[in-house]
Design a protein around this ligand. Structure first.
Ligand code: SAH
Length: 511
């Protein structure tokens, strides 16, 4: 049976503006066919093994002709499965989604349309411009600026549009802006009408230029704005003076490097994005499964035989990797025939996800609390501690003091990834070396040390960035390795404290 095609709107760029229906369609896709203006991060919503086909068009260079795209959609659908045709903004607003739907209908292929948030409204909104507003604009038109109005063969009736509609939203219009503006003025629109041009709207790199209809083309050329950009013409543009929420966030426009493991980076990245920064993740530490097969197999079988009194975890990594290994051996939580303890709440949470509730009360999740819960004299008791290679386990030392027989079994290592195994690392280093980073953040000494190591001979690109550290120990390492004190050290040594310190710094710098 033939498959189905979903014509899906990906939204204007900010990945948060994808719809629930679009993410669900992506999650079930066998094939994703996507365009240039689709945020590539959204492709992560598709299953890992889904095929991803880029058919993006450059402004002048077409990678694939529209007929070829139509044919591809039909062919893939006929192979069965679910094809997602992912398009920027809304698929039916200047997206040629209508033509694709016609081709599918003609070929008798079932299709569904998932509307998206169009840039025509969203890019304006992110520039602080409502496209309608009581008393200012009661009508709005979406107009293509793609045609050359000088040629006289266009479909757009500029003469009528010029004065009939309050707000004009031009898409694909930045290249012809001078001619379009002249044409509108000639047709009777006031030369003083306010105009805004929003480039890369809704993304951290959004830039906006405002001017009058008579001067906008020159201003935009001066600022070097180019496609994709939205042109908004009308009195509503004036509202931006008070409604410009997006570009006025504290860290707006700053490109901030996040140097933590991929797993840990998300919290900092999210906080930075909320403050308006572009977070660029450069993982300086990777957690990799590593163990001695014989040693671990022996430990696991002793655990199954009930020979250990305690199984103790000192990190979430150890929990996740230990249970991955069990699973690979076709075992599960039932093999754990011992009391289980965790050093902290996150570790206990991780255990819960693997079906284990810890035996030590949650109010006392500290090394001391944990030790208190164990016998003062542990002679004859065997304890298993899955841990990181080279990790210094204070807990294990104390248990040995009490006479326990402690097996510390390595299950993972934490070390800098290589550029080959981490595309993110390669991309982060490229941007750092290319001078595309404003601030580098460090939440641990090891991330400073590792990044300096990854940069090799040339640490100049890092020295040119502003340096922000989570606390004094990290700051001391940075100062030692970079030869100067960091620009920002968080007063409160948490992720939130680090972001707060960056905001304060940006505020002082700005004014
Ligand atoms: N279907 C899309 C529009 C495709 S036409 C939608 O609904 O948004 C491409 C034009 O859309 C670009 O030339 C530009 O004018 C506009 N556009 C798309 N994404 C944009 C963005 N992030 N910021 C500003 N304009 C954008």
């Amino acid at each position: 049976m033939s498959g189905r095609v979903f014509l899906v709107g990906a939204g204007p760029g900010d990945p948060g503006l994808i719809t629930v229906a679009a993410s669900e369609a992506l999650a079930r896709a066998d094939v994703v066919v996507y365009d240039r203006l689709v945020n590539e991060r959204l492709l992560d919503l598709a299953p890992e093994d889904a095929e991803r086909i880029y058919v993006g068009k450059q402004p002048d260079r077409h990678t694939m002709k529209q007929e070829e795209i139509n044919a591809l959609l039909v062919a893939r659908a006929k192979q069965g499965g679910s094809v997602v045709r992912l398009k920027g903004g809304d698929p039916f607003v200047f997206g040629r989604g209508g033509e694709e739907a016609q081709a599918l209908a003609e070929a008798d292929v079932r299709f569904e349309v998932v509307p998206g948030v169009t840039s025509a409204i969203a890019a304006a909104a992110y520039a602080g411009i409502p496209v309608t507003h009581r008393g200012l604009a009661a009508s709005v038109a979406f107009v293509t600026g793609h045609e050359d109005p000088a040629k006289g063969e266009q479909d757009v009736d500029w003469e009528k549009l010029a004065t009939a509609v309050d707000t004009l939203v031009l898409m694909m219009g930045v290249g012809q802006l001078d001619r379009i503006a002249e044409r509108l003025i000639a047709a009777g629109r006031s030369a003083d009408t306010a105009v805004a041009v929003v480039e890369w709207g809704t993304l951290p790199r959004q830039r906006t230029v405002t001017a009058k209809l008579s001067t906008i083309a020159a201003q935009v050329a001066d600022a070097g704005l180019s496609s994709p950009a939205l042109v908004v013409v009308g009195d509503v543009v004036g509202l931006r003076d008070t409604l410009n929420w997006f570009e006025s966030r504290p860290l707006y426009g700053q490109r901030v490097l996040v140097t933590r493991t991929r797993q840990q980076a998300s919290e900092l990245s999210r906080a930075l994005s909320e403050a308006g920064a572009e977070a660029i993740e450069l993982p300086t530490i990777a957690i990799k499964e590593r163990y001695d097969e014989t040693q671990l197999t022996a430990a696991v079988s002793a655990l199954k035989d009930g020979l250990y009194s305690w199984l103790i975890f000192t990190s979430t990594n150890a929990v996740d990797i230990f249970f991955d290994v069990l699973e690979k051996k076709c075992l599960d939580a039932r093999s754990v025939r011992a009391s289980v303890a965790a050093i902290g709440p996150a570790t206990a949470q991780a255990l819960k996800r693997h079906g284990i509730t810890v035996d030590v009360s949650p109010e006392r999740y500290t090394a001391e609390g944990l030790l208190d819960a164990l016998d003062a004299d542990m002679s004859g008791q065997r304890v298993l501690v899955p841990c990181a290679e080279g990790a210094r386990a204070v807990l294990a030392d104390e248990l040995k003091e009490r006479g326990a027989d402690v097996d510390e079994v390595t299950v993972y290592v934490a070390e800098p990834p290589s550029e080959d195994e981490s595309p993110e690392l390669a991309e982060g280093l490229r941007r750092l070396r290319g001078g595309e980073i404003d601030v580098a953040t460090f939440a641990s000494s090891s991330s400073v040390t590792n990044l300096v190591g990854l940069l090799g001979d040339d640490i100049e690109p890092l020295k040119r960035c502003r340096i922000a550290c989570i606390g004094p120990i990290t700051a001391a390492t940075a100062e030692e390795l970079l030869g100067r004190a960091p620009d920002v050290v968080a007063e409160e040594h948490t992720i939130a404290g680090l972001v707060r310190a960056l905001e304060l710094f940006a505020g002082n710098e700005g004014g």
